[in-house]
Every structure is written in structure tokens, then in C-alpha cells.
Ligand binder design. Structure first.
Ligand code: SF4
Length: 448
């Protein structure tokens, strides 16, 4: 069969997509980048916020059209949206175009779903908490030649009131450290230049392991970082990690970054808000003071630290004072990179039952105010790079004389990039670039 897969949502979903594609290729199927040519179309969905759910449904309906205009014989929906509505008896009738629904625990059933001959809609929803990590012989079909995400754990034990993920991905299971290092070794040997560790909360790694182990063997994320840095110490490659949790981003993790040159001094710390009363309503176990302390500590231990965060504006009960406190916090800390979400309500979330939901127009106004403030902060930070030289991983050559790459302080898909004005550079190699220009989110330069 010829198969096309559309991967939506986060890096964890992208790993699932690559595992499903790897299994399909291993089973003798072939892949296409053009849905019109595909006999089987798979949409791996996201539902974290309502706009993501809307986008997923729009794409599913768009892909269904290829049953008339293309070669599509079967449409399969996998991932978080399917999992969220697994008990909804109208799921199949609401999307009659779909031939199979697979939950987040069913990536390993993708070949079965593709080769299924039944006419009625197939549904496979195993308990996501029972899903095993892919073993090292599981083929992955990578979607980038330059970087690859590695999941260090699956699921989440936390109870943020605005979040559905624990219901969709199950409770936290940490992956054996040696498997993480071996997979990284295999990826680097296959030509990848950057390993990006991901999870719902990378720094919560090991919390589930300790409970089980007789010896109470202390295994936390700093051990993963240190072992991985050793595994890759002879390689010219980067290690990055995303989605830390403010409560478990400990000094030992920061020290592990400081001690290992091949780990990017890049701290992605989704704080979600900075008002202690809103954080309490969100179920986030830290305070405004604790956050000021955390970012001060990171910068004291690691003077090269680059900070990224994401926040939610318009959370139920967010007063003018809460919002001003958040704005002041952002101006004080000066994040290198910042993403803003508007609160996304849904009746299956605990936060739905909170009082004083914020009017939509005010939510949008607050979103835009934060973005405007951050644009200035980002421009100022980028201007400080002018005249300095940084190592850049070359990824694209969009036009003659222009290449695009990233530095250690630019993560893929979410941050700005570095433009290099040169004629002949090799893709997927590292070069030293002297920065000559700074823009709101991007920078540019020439070979040093
Ligand atoms: S930590 Fe909170 S926001 Fe993150 S996945 Fe877990 S419940 Fe969701």
C-alpha cells in the first residue's frame, strides 16, 4: 500500500508518527508526501487546545476528499483526538469518512489497521498506561535529516486543571536510561546532528522508577543528561531537552548542562503563568517568588543559559492585577523565547468549573499585549548577538546565496532561525557564523 501520514501537535506525537511509519515500511508498505497519491491516509491528531481539535477535524475532512479526487481507499485517525472521544458513541457517526480510530496506546496496531479488511469502522483503544516503549529494533522513519526527538518518558502524573493529557497519555512511565542512550547512538550513527529529549515533563524523569526500585536507586533527569553526554562525547552533535517542569528543574540538572559542552544551555520551562493565585487555580505547585528564584539560579549556575517559556493568558479568574504581575514578570526575566496560548475551555476540564471566566476580547487583548512586549525583548536580545560568532547547524538553502540554520539557542519548529549569506555551504554540517544583523525573532550573518 502507498501511505501518507499527517502528523499534528507536539514532538511526542511526532515520535509516534515516526514509529508508525517505521512499522509500516518494515511491513512492506511505501510512503508518499502527496496525499493525492496515497491509498491509505493517516492523520495523527492533537487535541491539547480547542484550536488544535478544530484543526484536526478540518484536516481529517480535507483528507477524506481524496477518497473522491485521489487514490485513497482508507482514512485512519490516530492520536489524542481519537483517544479523547473514544467513549463518545457518536465518534464514528460524526466522522463517517473515517475507517479506523486508533488511540494513543495503539501506535503498535497501525499495520493491523492498514491491512484490516473489515468494512465496518475499526476502533482500537488499549489503555495508554499499558503502552510499552518501542524496543530498540523498532524502526523509526525520521521526518528530519538533522534532528530527532527521543521520548524519555510517556504520560504524566500531574493534575493541572486546564490539561487533558494525563487522561490521554496515561500515568508517567520513564524509559530505561540505557535505551535512551542506545537509541541516541543509533540516530547519531545514522547522520542526525541533534538529539532533542522530550516528554510531558522531561525533568520528572525517574519519579516512577524510584517508587518501584527496592534499593530506592536515585535516578533522575540529570543522570540521563550525563549518560547521554558521555555516550555522545566523541561526536560533533548537540543534545537539547524540552518541557522541563519548574518543580523538578533542579540544580543537579543545571549542573549537568554546565558540565557537558555538547548539551545546549537551553532551558525550556513552561511556567504557564506567574501569578501565585492563578498558578494555584491551575494546579501548578509553585509561586511567583519561586519562579524568580528558579531563573536567577539557572543564570547563576549557567551563565550561557537561554530561557524559553510558554504561558496561558485569560485563565478563569485572571484579574487585571494578575495580568499586570505576569507582564512585569516577563519584563523582569526577559525570556529569549516565549510562546503565548489563550486559555482554551472545555467541559471535560476541571478549570471549566472555575468562576470568573475572562471575556474573549479581553483574552485576545492580553495575548497581543504579551506578544508585543516579548517582540521588543526578543529584538533587544538578538541585537546583543551582533558581532559575536556562533556555531550554526545548516539545514536549508532556500535561494542562491542564502542558507538557513540554527544555533544552540534556537530550537527547531518553535524559535527563530539564523540566515547565512554564503554561496557554497553543505547542508547538515556545522559552521561558525559571525552575526551581522538582528531581527525581531531571527538573526543573520556570514561565515566567520
Ligand atoms: S504537567 Fe500539567 S500541563 Fe503538563 S502534561 Fe501534565 S497535566 Fe498537562
Amino acid at each position: 500500500m502507498i501511505i501518507f501520514l499527517e502528523s499534528l501537535g507536539c514532538s511526542r506525537n511526532q515520535v509516534d508518527s515516526e514509529i508508525m511509519l517505521g512499522r509500516l515500511v518494515a511491513a512492506g508498505h511505501s510512503l508518499t508526501d502527496d496525499p493525492k497519491l496515497a491509498q491509505i491516509i493517516i492523520v495523527n491528531t492533537c487535541t491539547f487546545i480547542s484550536t488544535a481539535s478544530d484543526e484536526a477535524v478540518e484536516i481529517i475532512l480535507g483528507m477524506a476528499k481524496f477518497k473522491e479526487t485521489g487514490k485513497c481507499k482508507k482514512l485512519i485517525v490516530t492520536g489524542c483526538l481519537a483517544q479523547r472521544y473514544k467513549d463518545d458513541k457518536n465518534l464514528a457517526s460524526s466522522l463517517p469518512e473515517v475507517d479506523a480510530f486508533l488511540g494513543t496506546g495503539a501506535c503498535d496496531n497501525i499495520v493491523e489497521a492498514v491491512e484490516n479488511r473489515q468494512s465496518k469502522t475499526l476502533t482500537i483503544f488499549p489503555d495508554p498506561s499499558k503502552r510499552e516503549f518501542q524496543n530498540l529494533s523498532t524502526p523509526r522513519h525520521l521526518t528530519s535529516d538533522f534532528f530527532a526527538y527521543i521520548k524519555v518518558s510517556e504520560g504524566c502524573n500531574r493534575k493541572c486543571t486546564y490539561c487533558i493529557i494525563p487522561q490521554l497519555r496515561g500515568f508517567q512511565r520513564s524509559r530505561p536510561k540505557k535505551d535512551i542512550c542506545t537509541e541516541a547512538r543509533n540516530l547519531i550513527d545514522s547522520g542526525i546532528k541533534e538529539i532533542i529529549l522530550t516528554a510531558e515533563n522531561t525533568t520528572d524523569y525517574g519519579q516512577d522508577l524510584q517508587d518501584k526500585s527496592e534499593s530506592k536507586q536515585k535516578t533522575d533527569f540529570s543522570h540521563v543528561l550525563t549518560s547521554l553526554a558521555e555516550t555522545m562525547h566523541t561526536d560533533h552533535a548537540w543534545i537539547r531537552f524540552l518541557y522541563t517542569h519548574p518543580k523538578t528543574l533542579t540544580q543537579s540538572v543545571i549542573q549537568a548542562v554546565k558540565n557537558n559542552k555538547n548539551i545546549c544551555s537551553y532551558y525550556d520551562v513552561p511556567i504557564q503563568h506567574a501569578s501565585s493565585s492563578i498558578l494555584k487555580k491551575m494546579g501548578r505547585p509553585y509561586t511567583n517568588e519561586g519562579l524568580y528564584e528558579l531563573f536567577k539560579t539557572i543564570r547563576q549556575i549557567d551563565t550561557q543559559a537561554v530561557l524559553r517559556t510558554t504561558i496561558i493568558v485569560g485563565f478563569p479568574g485572571e484579574s487585571e492585577e494578575d495580568f499586570e504581575g505576569l507582564m512585569q514578570f516577563i519584563k523582569d526575566v526577559k525570556f529569549d523565547h516565549l510562546g503565548v496560548f489563550t486559555y482554551s475551555d472545555s467541559d471535560d476540564l476541571k478549570s471549566h468549573n472555575l468562576k470568573n471566566h475572562v471575556p474573549e476580547d479581553l483574552v485576545e487583548k492580553r495575548h497581543d499585549m504579551i506578544m508585543a512586549a516579548q517582540a521588543n525583548i526578543s529584538q533587544t536580545i538578538n541585537e546583543q548577538y551582533v558581532g559575536s560568532t556562533f556555531e550554526v547547524l545548516i539545514e536549508e538553502n532556500p535561494e542562491k546565496g542564502v542558507y538557513i540554520g540554527r544555533t544552540m539557542f534556537q530550537a527547531p519548529d518553535v524559535d527563530g532561525v539564523t540566515f547565512i549569506y554564503e554561496n557554497e555551504l553543505e547542508i547538515n554540517t556545522f559552521v561558525n557564523v559571525r552575526i551581522t544583523d538582528a531581527f525581531e525573532y531571527d538573526i543573520a550573518g556570514v561565515i566567520a
